[in-house]
Design a binder for this molecule. Structure first.
Ligand SMILES: Cc1cc2nc3c(=O)[nH]c(=O)nc-3n(C[C@H](O)[C@H](O)[C@H](O)COP(=O)(O)O)c2cc1C
Length: 156
């Protein structure tokens, strides 16, 4: 029992990728703005932090925090009709938060960020479902690096 309790308190990280699926009348900009506002509010309440990458019709998101909070949050996200084909790329205990500065932060790649895609050999065809756990985390950490430098240009 003690093990169970401590495991729900252990820091966990989950990374998934999904396809954007906005309905015809929906504005992606508005929907992303609104889901980020809900994310910041909800995640703050349960000590979840993370990063959401928005690129070429895809979402790639990391969620980190207490295991139970991460799983409950992901369960809610998974049912959201604004995306589809969510695939968990990595999930498990983490030794430290990688995105501790943000309850949630969204970023789009700009052409200036192309070097990252080159580095990850995803340049010709961005297909996050084919990323390994390690490379997905590397991608999101690289995005975090850009975000740290040019924070003002981020989506809010
Ligand atoms: C790609 C994507 C990422 C999301 N990320 C989060 C998140 O990190 N935290 C969260 O609470 N909701 C997130 N949401 C929104 C949830 O699916 C859901 O709409 C929201 O949690 C409902 O919150 P509310 O009941 O407070 O309005 C995300 C939705 C999508 C489509």
């Amino acid at each position: 029992m003690v093990g169970e309790i401590s495991s729900t308190r252990t820091l966990h990280r989950l990374v998934y990728a999904s396809r954007q699926a906005f309905a015809p009348g929906q504005s992606p900009e508005e929907e992303i703005g609104s889901l980020i506002r809900a994310s910041i509010r909800n995640n703050r309440a349960v000590a979840v932090t993370g990063l959401l990458l928005v690129h070429e019709g895809w979402f790639v998101q990391a969620l980190e925090g207490p295991a139970e909070a991460v799983m409950t949050t992901y369960g809610r996200i998974d049912r959201d009709p604004r995306h589809t084909d969510a695939k968990v790329i990595a999930a498990g205990p983490a030794s430290a938060r990688a995105f501790g500065d943000w309850n949630m932060c969204a970023r789009r790649f700009s052409t200036a960020d192309d070097a990252i895609l080159d580095t990850l050999a995803q340049r010709t065809h961005f297909d996050p479902h084919r990323l390994t756990g390690a490379s997905a985390l590397r991608l999101l950490k690289a995005v975090r690096g850009i975000q740290d430098r040019v924070g003002l240009a981020a989506l809010r």
